[in-house]
Write a protein that binds this ligand. Structure first.
Ligand code: BES
Ligand code: MN
Ligand code: ZN
Length: 460
């Protein structure tokens, strides 16, 4: 991956001065008269996201002014400097003064340098930053590379990112860190008792599979990650309308983020025994597709009636969670693009998370905030659990009412977890619908950085 950071000593790096409505008066007044005049002539007003390059006498760029939210603003986008790589001419730059959060500014700069370049000449900006003093640039690079990895996996269209290609990406990652890799494919899923993963994936000519790799000292605390790997979600026989199907290449966003998180954990050598489980399937339409009102006995033994073939993510996660739960992990985490209801409730940028572990919930909230990887707790509301009742099976995968869809999905998943000491479920969106600072449009890394930092603090 192209690095956003300049590692060679750069004595000639162009300084970037951060300015706000409040600081601009003093900073502007201290500029050489010619530069001050240039800023004024350009109508530079130090508004958030406004960028101005000031010329030197010889016509080169002497320095850059970049506007941030005011200190007193009700909300400041700490990723604002992530706009810079998209605004600046090619060159090497350095921060001349302190943004609101130096570490997040450097991270945003790296995250904002990402471009999806697989299908045309990579137009990643050739703009590099001298690492600011006092920030752990290795850790920032690790996080930026993990985000780029997740984004690439999500952005790659389903024709080139099916269950097999997703498994190859996982195998490649596992190989790089010496993890033990296994994958159960096609009818072997039936033989080895993963009926729900098989049921969802069997209509596709691209065989469903369960990716399973483990890394680290077996004596360390067991942390297991489970990621929804639906490589394309047509909805199945309960077919999605065109608008709803359009971006369903992102329905493996949970898997992409579980892999991104795993890469950070392994790269940082956290003291955990890590296990990663990814049910990778395509929810397709064919004569052998699973149907509404079909009933399957899941791995756990719970019988599941299919209320809707479009509620497929919880089905594949159910068998994977049941397997994960069998070895009683200390911490079980699942990520998935599970419900449209999560997006309706909180929007695309604020995924809801669920856990009954109060200490874990506090840690998730704290790290989500400090990493600017926002997450918001929603409840595993027990009174809604009965909405999952079926008249003919133990449980239905899609409650008939249209209420609290993200919560009822979480309650469904909870039925498949019992022995794990602690469980965290995140219903992510995995996609940035329109570019924001540090977040280019397209596939997005969500929850992985916050959880990585949580794990680093516990097991670093
Ligand atoms: N992958 C979708 C969820 C989704 C849709 C996420 C749109 C982000 C944007 C999931 O498989 C799904 O279709 N869920 C259904 C569940 C319903 C049938 C109970 C949904 O949310 O409509
Ligand atoms: Mn679906
Ligand atoms: Zn789905």
């Amino acid at each position: 991956m192209h690095s956003a950071f300049e590692t060679a000593p750069a004595t000639t790096a162009i300084p970037i001065t951060f300015v706000t409505k409040t600081t601009w008066d003093a900073i502007g007044a201290a500029l050489p008269a010619q530069a001050r005049q240039f800023a004024q002539a350009n109508g530079f007003a130090a508004k958030p996201g406004k960028c101005l390059t000031l010329p030197a006498a010889d016509g080169r760029i002497a320095q850059v002014l970049f506007g941030l939210e005011d200190d007193a603003a009700p909300w400041r986008d700490l990723f604002r400097p992530g706009q810079l790589p998209g605004l600046l001419p090619p060159g090497v730059y350095r921060f001349a003064n302190a943004p609101h959060d130096m570490r997040l500014a450097a991270l945003a700069f790296a995250l904002g340098s990402y471009r999806f370049g697989r299908y045309r000449k990579n137009k990643a900006p050739s703009v590099r930053l001298v690492p600011p003093d006092g920030v752990d640039i290795a850790d920032i690079t690790r996080m930026a590379e993990a985000a780029a990895f997740a984004r690439d996996l999500i952005n790659t269209p389903a024709n080139d990112m099916g269950p097999e290609e997703l498994a190859l990406a996982a195998q490649d990652l596992a190989g790089r860190y010496g993890a033990d890799f296994d994958c159960i494919v096609g009818d072997d899923l039936v033989r080895r008792n993963f009926p729900l993963i098989h049921a969802v994936g069997m209509a596709s000519p691209r065989a469903p599979r369960l990716i399973d790799f483990s890394w680290g000292d077996p004596a360390h605390p067991k942390v297991t990650l489970v990621g929804k790997g639906v490589c394309f979600d047509t909805g199945g026989l309960d077919l999605k309308p065109s608008a709803g199907m359009l971006i369903m290449k992102k329905d493996m966003g949970g898997a992409a983020n579980a892999l991104a998180l795993a890469s950070m954990v392994m790269d940082a050598r956290l003291k955990v025994r890590l296990r990663v489980l990814i049910p990778a399937v395509e929810n397709a339409v064919a004569g052998n597709a699973f149907r509404p009102l079909d009933i399957f006995r899941s791995r756990k033994g719970v019988t599941v009636e299919i209320g809707n073939t479009d509620a497929e993510g919880r089905l594949v996660l159910a068998d994977a969670l049941a397997l994960a739960d069998e070895e009683k992990p200390d911490l079980l985490i699942d990520l998935g693009t599970l419900t449209g209801a999560a997006r309706v409730a909180l929007g695309p940028d604020l995924p809801p998370f669920y856990t009954n572990d109060e200490r874990l919930a506090l840690e998730v909230t704290a790290h989500a905030k400090t990493e600017n990887d926002p997450l918001w707790r929603l409840p595993l509301w027990p009174p809604y659990d009965s909405w999952l009742d079926s008249k003919v099976a133990d449980i239905n995968n899609a409650p008939s009412g249209a209420f609290a869809g993200s919560i009822t999905c979480a309650l469904f998943l909870q039925r498949f977890v019992g022995a794990a000491k602690s469980w965290l479920h995140v219903d992510i969106y995995g996609w940035t619908p329109s570019a924001k600072p540090g977040r280019p449009e397209g596939g997005e890394c969500q929850a992985a950085r916050a959880i990585y930092k949580l794990l680093s603090q516990r097991y670093g």
